[in-house]
Design a protein around this ligand. Sequence first.
Ligand SMILES: Cc1ncc(COP(=O)(O)O)c(C=O)c1O
Length: 394
Amino acid sequence: MAPSPLGPPNPLSGTDAGWQLDPAIVFLNHGSFGSLPVAVAEAAERHRRFIEAQPIARLGRGVADLLNAPKEALGRLLGAPPERIGLVENATAGIAAVLRNVAWHPGDEVVTTGHVYGAVRQALFRERDLHGIAIREVSVPLPVQSSDDVLARIVAALTDRTRLVLVDHVTSPTALVMPAREIVKACHARGIAVMIDGAHAPGMLPLDLDGLGADWYTGNLHKWVYAPKGCAFLHASAQRAHETHPASISHHYGAGMDLEFGWQGTRDVGAWMAITDAIAWMEAFGAGAVMDHNKRLAEWAQRRMVDSGLFEPISPMDGSMRGSMAACRLDARWRHRFASVEALQAAILAEGSVEVPCMELHGDWLVRVSAAPHNRPWQYERLIDTMRSLDRAI
Ligand SMILES: Cc1ncc(COP(=O)(O)O)c(C=O)c1O
C-alpha cells in the first residue's frame, strides 16, 4: 500500500521526560490505567505527608477546605460547578452510585451498546438480578459507519419502558468517540434519563458537562488527566443533584453532593488534592495542545497500522469518531495461531517488548493503541514490525 502523506504531529517539547515508565517497554496502553508523571506523583506524596502530619486537623476538620482547590480546577476543566461534581475513586464507583440511586420498577429497560465496558455490563446485570429490569445492548457492528448510524441504532432501541440510557463517551475495546450530545438530546426529547460513562474522556476530549446536559456523567482522571489512581468524579445535572448520593453513604447523607461526596469514609485525600497538580501539569503544555497532539498521533498510528496491511480499520478513517486511542481489527488467521487474545498480547510483549491491549469483541480480535504525551511515532512502528514478525511465523 502507498505510504500515507500525513505525517505524525510534532512532539510537545518536554513531554517525553519526567515519567516513571520502564524504558525497556514500549508502552502503547496509556488508556487502561494511565501513567503518572513524576511531578504529579511527588505532589501527591507531599499532600499525603501534609495530611499525615496532622490527621485530625487536616482530615477531620479540614477536609472540605482541602478539596476546594482540586474541585475548582476540575470544574474549570469539565465546564461544571464544583458543587455538582462529586469526587469518587474510579468510574466504576461513579456508575455504582447512579445505578443504586435509580428507583427501578420491574420491567424497566436500560439501553446500552454492545461496546459497553465489561465491568459496567456486570454492574447492570446486578441491577437486573436485584430489580427485574431488562438490559438491552444495541448492536453496533464493525466497521462502525458513522456517529449518525450509532445514534440511529440507539434511538431505534428506545421504547416506552426505557428508563435509562447508559452509553460510553469513548468506548473501551473499540476506542470510538460516541455522539454523546446527540444521544442526550434524543433521549431527553423522549423523557429518558442518560448517564454517560466518560471513563476515558476527561483530558482526551474537550468537555462542557453542563452544556452536554446528561443527567449523570462519570469520568476517570488517572488516564488522560494524568492524576493519581483513585481520582475520578461523578457529575450530576442541576435537576438530578439532589437525588445523587455516593455508593458509600457516610456522615453527610442528604446534605448535598458537595458534602456527601466530600466524605465517603476515610480515603486517600492526598491523591484527590493532586488533581490540581495534574491539571496544572497538563496546562503547562496547554490542555488543548496535549489533546490535539494525542488525537493526531492516534490518527497517524491508525493510518500506519492500516497501511501496513496487518490491520483493518473499524472506525471512520476521517477521525470523526476518534480521540487519543485507535483500535484496529486482525483477520481470522491470528485466531488459528494464538489460543486467545491474552496469548497474542503476551507474544507481542515477548517478541517486541510492546505493551498493547488485544481484546475480543463479539468474535473480532482487536488491537488498541493509545497516544499519550510520552508516546513517539517509532513506538507504533515497533508494534507493526513485531506484528510482521509474528505474522511470518503464522
Ligand atoms: C468505558 C469504561 N468504563 C468504565 C471503566 C472502569 O474504570 P475503572 O476501572 O477506573 O473504574 C473503564 C476502564 O477503563 C472504561 O474504559
